[in-house]
Design a protein around this ligand. Sequence first.
Ligand code: ADP
Ligand code: ZN
Length: 638
Amino acid sequence: MSTTQPTAGVAGAARSAGRDAAIATALQRWFGFDALRPMQREAIDCALDRRDALVVMPTGGGKSLCYQLPALVQDRLVVVVSPLIALMQDQVAGLRLLGVPAAAVHANLSAKERDDMRAMADDGSLRLLFVSPERLFFDGFANWLAARDVAAFAIDEAHCISQWGHDFRPEYRRLAELRERFPDVPFQAFTATATPRVREDIVAQLRLREPTVLVGTFDRPELTYRVLPRQDLEGQVTAAIRRHPDAASIVYCISRKDTESLADALRQRGIEARAYHAGLAAGERSKLSSDFRAERLHVIVATVAFGMGIDRSDVRLVVHAGMPKSLEAYQQETGRAGRDGLPAECLLLYSAGDAVKWRSLMERSAAEGEGDADALRAQLALLADMQRFAGGVRCRHKLISAYFGQDYDEPSCGACDVCLDELEEVPDSQILAQKILSAVVRTGQRFGSSHVIDVLRGSRGERVLQRGHDQLPTFGVCKGMPAGLLGNYVDQLVDAGLLVRSDGEYPTLSLGPDALAVLRGTTKAVLRMPKQALAARGKRKRDDSGRGRRSTEATDLSAGQQGLFDALRALRRELARELGVPPYVVFHDSTLADMAQAAPRDAAELAQVRGVGATKVAKFGERFLATIRAHGGAAADD
Ligand code: ADP
Ligand code: ZN
């Protein structure tokens, strides 16, 4: 296998033509895909050329193929380090269904599973081996591995190695030892984290050697982003879920308590929702996630504890009931929607108080000795970026792209509340902006937004009275206006540079450079709020068509195809139950939708459907074909 050293000139070109063919064949044969995404090809080339690499791709970008395909193209073993057992088990189940010999090694392994794994490794058939970081250094495992023919190491969720990231795991630190232990094996680190600091840390900590750094596109055009001021949490969440009946939805809350109360409230409104958080017993948690994956449960109200292992691909809605603590977290959590590539909605219900809550949580845990002052500063900076995103009224796709260091040239994304024209100018914006700016001036530009808002709303709280702020001319000029809404306007003024929010533990507001012109009336300030029609609009659409919006309606299935699609989904559920795997492992929604549209008549036609590989055709192609025939095939009603 030493011929895989990079070569140049004619030999290189010849090898590359051979490689193209080998990759195309493996891709079609095992996965049923026609083409690699561009970044995938570059990552795979690194592995085949035995170069180290850092691959940064958003959730859903297709990282797993980057380490799976080199194993299949070379007929060799790739070892994947992965942080979560659930994640590994799903991957192993999925690969085995594709016919790929795969196994996992972790603390909960049965003796039989271990023996199977060893047997496959010994006879050379094992292609993908998933290992938890702890297990690598346990019980002579690394020695055992050193005696095998390892083609590459893939380090999944590599940001877990950095304390600058949002998911630091100390056990990842020892992975550096692997690099010394296996000097001739290429290492490939995978992450979806944005900040340059984390990326540099990954390279340094893993001791990657002159790694090729590949950064994928972070924009997810199929996701529609909306940010609404949180006014009536339960009503807003209910309306959002009703826009996607029968589809999977995840609602993220900041605290465990919130998940419980919101799930209760949703159930009272007739939505079968369950709360999920790290405080539940392990058994209950795993039952909930397996119910969700098996499509027995569609609405989960969760803390961030829910997610990493859950790649159900047909999630159509992700709601944030509170603001997440960084744009990385937001991107990752919203990234769980639409993984099948079909349109999905991401709704953030935001109140400026969320940032205050996070700040105090972060300070508390810093005071309790988790991380140092630098780490706290790093977290507060990530939080400030998130708040700018939530409070601003500029194209969401553009802002996310910019945050991840990428240009976004479209004049309108067509998939965010701003570009979809769902916001309107608040009547008397100018006067309202002047009131807010003036309250900031009158209180001496020394207070945070909650105090300024108290003054505007005419609160007779102790802090206001003590300072005599009830005597100010701006006291009570916004009486009756919800604090959350005012907080939102403050954010917009910050976003527009008319107010400046200081850094640090107790951010205060002061005037920005153009604020005086607004106060004098020579410059116009515009404040926006969502048109109230949004929730109602979703409802009206449903009533017009006389039936509920389907999770897949965006694929433009005709009524007959929709019926077939539903039948194919039912068959998938049945197969998943028989095989003891999550349904998406059998086929993704997008594959079933294509299948319903194409209505293949035989195995050869079935194999043409995107996402259908040879092994699946052989294993259960006949049952899908039978269902299609039972539905009258392509003749359906279109
Ligand atoms: P990540 O690990 O980056 O979050 P995955 O590896 O789970 O993403 O891939 C996301 C989805 O994209 C999966 O459903 C996968 O089957 C699909 N996918 C990946 N690569 C391709 C490709 N080249 N063509 C079509 N679908 C792909
Ligand atoms: Zn937009």
